[in-house]
Design a binder for this molecule. Structure first.
Ligand SMILES: Cc1cc2nc3c(=O)[nH]c(=O)nc-3n(C[C@H](O)[C@H](O)[C@H](O)COP(=O)(O)O)c2cc1C
Length: 201
């Protein structure tokens, strides 16, 4: 029996029109569960879980890594098989709740071997994981060449040794022809890709 962690990271999850990456994740989860009824689904909503709320600062530096939360979430990642993340672009990056989570789990000698040993010398320690990213952004792909929340997340998960499947990006959600759409309409053209991705995940 495989274990799948579903991470919700959109601050727009409670938007009356819905959240497109959350809608994508819910569809992915539903279809994946249909195909794999014995697999366990674990939910992590970073808008609710305290792990999403606290940032690393000069005033909590020691406690941040030693209070047990970091180890708890690293242990969770070591004990599961797959991670599916829903994340929009917020001010040219992924949401800060997701950064707070990553700050807890990106720990030298726990999720990767020390990164300053030399270029290409570090080794990811989460080789057990497969990751699917379900992403969204208001702008059309390519409008902000300096910003890619997708590439940053792909690189980060690869850095810790995970196998990252092809990300799905729902882009252009805020351009004039899409802005009035609700989240179900926003993901309409991506549904097939999402369902297809569940078959090989
Ligand atoms: C505070 C805030 C900042 C945003 N920043 C960006 C941005 O930098 N680039 C972009 O393309 N879209 C940006 N957006 C638009 C969202 O990425 C877009 O609406 C996305 O579809 C919302 O996520 P959802 O998948 O939860 O619906 C921003 C939205 C909000 C609310």
């Amino acid at each position: 029996m495989k274990k799948v962690l579903y991470i919700y990271a959109s601050p727009l999850m409670t938007n009356p029109k819905g959240s497109s990456c959350t809608e994508a994740l819910n569809l992915f989860k539903k279809e994946y569960e249909k195909l794999n009824p014995t697999h366990e689904s674990i939910i992590l909503d970073l808008n609710k879980d305290p792990i999403g709320q606290a940032s690393l600062t000069a005033h909590n530096f020691e406690a941040f890594f030693n209070c047990g939360k970091s180890d708890k979430h690293i242990q969770q990642l070591k004990s599961i098989d797959k991670v599916v993340i829903a994340s929009p672009m917020i001010n040219f990056n992924y949401p800060s709740t997701l950064k707070n989570y990553l700050d807890r789990i990106l720990v030298a000698n726990k999720t990767f071997k020390y990164k300053y040993d030399g270029k290409g010398e570090s080794e990811g320690l989460l080789k057990n994981l497969k990751v699917q990213l379900l992403m969204s952004q208001g702008a059309t792909l390519g409008w902000y060449p300096f910003a890619s929340h997708v590439d940053t997340l792909v690189g980060t998960w690869k850095f810790v040794g995970a196998k990252v499947t092809k990300p799905i990006l729902i882009h252009g959600t805020k351009i004039p022809e899409n802005i009035q759409k609700n989240s179900q309409e926003q993901i309409k053209n991506h549904k097939e890709k999402i369902i297809e991705a569940t078959k090989t995940f």
